[in-house]
Design a protein around this ligand. Structure first.
Ligand SMILES: [Zn+2]
Length: 341
């Protein structure tokens, strides 16, 4: 009797499937609401290496749905990747869990996603998904897409060369302001748990080689209305016309597309990323900022709270989350004033 006994009893997995799971390396992109569900289930399932990458830290408004975090994490402003990996190591000490505080960009994806068998989407933005899709097609690594807003979400598995890709269903990013976001529509925990669980179900099928890529589909789910629809995508890829999997475009991977600043969903905050990666002395900023406002810090970040209600939370790689605004230009101004270029 091992800890995976019940999972092995499940016939489609069995002992061989369990071995495959334990030999697998999986990247979880983003560890907010969906990422928490995904990372938790992958770790409990025994995936050999679970790499959790997230750029943000824990905020009080996360606790309603982000199941790996608690009020201690809010008080200590723990980066989500660290809080999640520390918690999950207590769940399963027999596997490798890597918590990486950082952003997945066209620069960083090469080291974060080169050696994995599978990528699972826990992100909250189109840009990262287009980048993951480019990488998946380029490197022939499958990925599972999931997204969630309000009570509604969608899930699909993407196997390069076999199934339609993400750009087959969404050729271009929606124009700013046209897509629903968690800010305008909110999001409820049951939707997150259902979508995250469907993503892991597909992930386990892919890892155990039981996924049927001859019948590609996308799930649309509304947990409030109790509406589950599986939409057949057979023939979509063969119809051609996809700029990525038919046309070979890799705009996000090659850095031709993708902004350097992003409004963080539901946070009244903007992330500003410097044009090249830095290695900052956070201690220096902690000291320099003392006379400017209230400074708090932990080993991963320094936060300066200013009198006007805005704040700068600076990470060691030079990224900053500017709080108290959703205006990218305002955020960039604050960044250049307090962090410099
Ligand atoms: Zn495609």
């Amino acid at each position: 009797m091992n800890r995976y006994h019940k999972q092995q009893l499940f016939a489609p997995i069995g002992e061989a499937g369990q071995r495959a799971i334990q030999h697998a390396r999986v990247l979880v992109c983003g560890c907010g609401a969906l990422g928490s569900v995904i990372a938790d289930q992958l770790v409990r399932a025994g995936v050999g290496v679970v790499r959790i990458v997230d750029r943000d830290f824990v905020d009080i408004t996360n606790l309603q749905r982000q199941m790996l975090f608690d009020e201690d994490d809010v008080r200590q402003q723990t980066p989500k990747a660290i809080a999640a990996s520390e918690k999950l190591r207590r769940v399963n000490s027999e596997i490798i869990i890597e918590g990486i505080v950082g952003d997945i960009t066209s620069e960083t994806i090469r080291e974060l996603a080169a050696d994995v068998d599978l990528i699972v989407d826990g992100t909250d933005n189109y840009e990262t998904r287009f980048l993951l899709n480019d990488w998946s097609l380029e490197k022939n690594i499958p990925w599972v897409h999931g997204g969630c807003i309000g009570s509604y979400g969608q899930v699909m598995a993407i196997v390069p060369g076999k199934t339609p890709c993400y750009r087959c269903i969404l050729p271009e990013e929606p124009d700013p302001g046209t897509a629903l976001t968690c800010d305008t529509a909110g999001v409820i925990a049951p939707a997150v748990h259902v979508i995250g669980s469907l993503e892991v179900s597909l992930a386990l099928q892919l890892l155990t080689k039981t996924f049927d890529d001859s019948k590609p589909s996308i799930w649309h789910v509304d947990v409030w209305r109790g509406d589950f629809r599986k939409i057949d995508l057979t023939g979509l890829k063969e119809a051609g016309g996809c700029p990525a999997c038919s046309g070979g475009q890799r705009d996000w991977l090659h850095g031709q597309r993708g902004a350097r600043s992003a409004v963080l969903c539901g946070r009244n905050a903007v992330q500003v990323t410097p044009s090249s990666r830095a290695k900052l002395s956070l201690e220096k900023f902690r000291q320099d900022w003392q006379q400017l406002g209230v400074v708090t810090s932990n080993p991963y970040l320094v936060k300066l709270a200013l009198n006007d209600g805005t704040s700068v939370t600076l990470f060691g790689d030079g990224r900053a989350v500017i709080g108290g605004t959703e205006e990218i230009s305002v955020a960039r101004g604050i960044y250049s004033r307090y962090v410099g270029q």
